[in-house]
Design a protein around this ligand. Structure first.
Ligand code: GLA
Length: 386
């Protein structure tokens, strides 16, 4: 009898965390998470008031209606640990529980940030040695999303311990019983896409930081995603970093390019701009329902490169209803005619074409669709067999 109980215990110790992880994965991030992250706009100047104002603006601007949900605080919220080792926020965040309640009262979800190392990238307190306590604290605050950023973990873990370090926090989160999206951030080291899901990741950064620079860096990282699609799907996504739209580094056509590419990639859509002061153009790019539907397609297939001719690239993403979204990207410095041949994207000869940014049906085309893509711009269409 005792032996059987012991055996059951051993089996459960091995299987239960895996089963719990699976159960949690089955209902979290079934489509790529959408929300906002403060880092590129506010860095370490972020405050409770800034987060509250952006959460409210997410509702008032129509972004919540468009599908944006997570309000994520990045680095620099941490204060000191108390005598028992529990983390407290710094003076810029007087009451995390109240902030979480406020975000929830708007019908939104609350995200937070930490590191598996002793310090975060900005030198604040990390979770090293306090994983369980931190996960418990986040659960008490009502956290729904944890970004876990490698940073100083390289000082305490060897590279082959990386997966263990991430699994440790995931298990700590699971043991709280509160569902939290687990977002791995380690800049794509060690081909994270190959093992991110197995350590509990709902998304994992596939690249270094995208921010601060302009179009070249955004497209370099975005187009580098080709081939990673087989590792992503409902519950676990490749993450090429935060949207740069509305931050002032991209022209209008360049912003359309990033949004189009991220949606074709089924990438998490985390806006990085000041939502309280958005231009109409920024708002329209972030909230276009036809474009967001490509990202949020329930099938969760990541798009891939169909053809490349120098700086001209055509990408396609199959959608659940049998249609295909196609992006024609022109990375060159002048406007250029581009053509997508329907057979190259698995379409029959006769196809109904819809322009997704204009939200207009363009009629039936045979064989191919010719278009003109502006300098650093994109033509984003949806092809439906006739
Ligand atoms: C790293 C991450 C960024 C951001 C900063 C915060 O650079 O990649 O996304 O979280 O740390 O310090």
């Amino acid at each position: 009898m005792i032996r059987n109980i012991y055996r059951l215990g051993v089996v459960c110790a091995i299987l239960c965390p895996a089963l719990m992880a699976r159960a949690q994965r089955t209902h979290l991030a079934l489509t790529p998470p959408m929300g906002w992250n403060d880092w590129y706009r506010y860095r370490c100047k972020v405050t409770e008031a800034i987060v509250q104002a952006n959460a409210l603006a997410m509702v008032k601007s129509g972004m919540k209606d468009a599908g944006y949900t997570y309000v994520n605080i990045d680095d620099c919220w941490q204060g000191r640990r108390d005598a028992k080792g529990f983390i407290h926020p710094n003076s810029r965040f007087p009451n995390m529980k109240a902030l979480g309640d406020y975000i929830h009262s708007l019908g939104l979800k609350f995200g937070i940030y930490s590191s598996p190392g002793p310090k975060t990238c900005a030198g604040y307190e990390g979770s090293y040695g306090h994983e369980k306590q931190d996960a418990e604290t986040y659960a008490r605050w009502g956290v729904d999303f944890v970004k876990y950023d490698w940073c100083s973990a390289s000082k305490v873990y060897s590279p082959d311990q990386m997966q263990t370090a991430y699994r440790k926090m995931h298990e700590a989160i699971l043991s709280t019983g509160r569902p939290m999206v687990f977002s791995l951030c380690q800049y794509g080291l060690q081909a994270v896409w190959q093992w991110g899901a197995s350590v509990g990741g709902n998304m994992w950064r596939t690249t270094a930081d995208i921010g601060g620079d302009g179009y070249e860096r955004v497209m370099f990282y975005g187009l580098q995603q080709n081939g990673l699609g087989k590792f992503a799907g409902p519950g676990h996504w490749n993450d090429p970093d935060i949207l740069q739209i509305g931050l002032g580094h991209l022209t209008h056509d360049e912003e359309l390019s990033q949004m189009s590419l991220w949606c074709l990639l089924a990438a998490p859509l985390l806006a990085g701009n000041d939502l309280t002061h958005m231009s109409q153009a920024t708002r329209e790019i972030l909230t276009n329902p036809d474009v967001i539907a490509v990202d949020q397609d329930p099938k969760g297939i990541e798009g891939h490169l169909i053809s490349q001719e120098g700086p001209l690239e055509i990408w396609a993403k199959p959608l659940e209803d049998g249609s295909v979204a196609v992006g024609m990207f022109n990375l060159s410095l002048s406007k250029v005619p581009m053509t997508v041949r329907f057979k190259d994207v698995g379409m029959p000869n006769a196809v109904e074409v819809r322009n997704l940014w204009a939200r207009k049906n363009l009629g039936v085309f045979r064989g191919a669709f010719p278009a003109e893509a502006p300098r650093h711009g994109v033509v984003l269409i949806k092809l439906q067999p006739r």
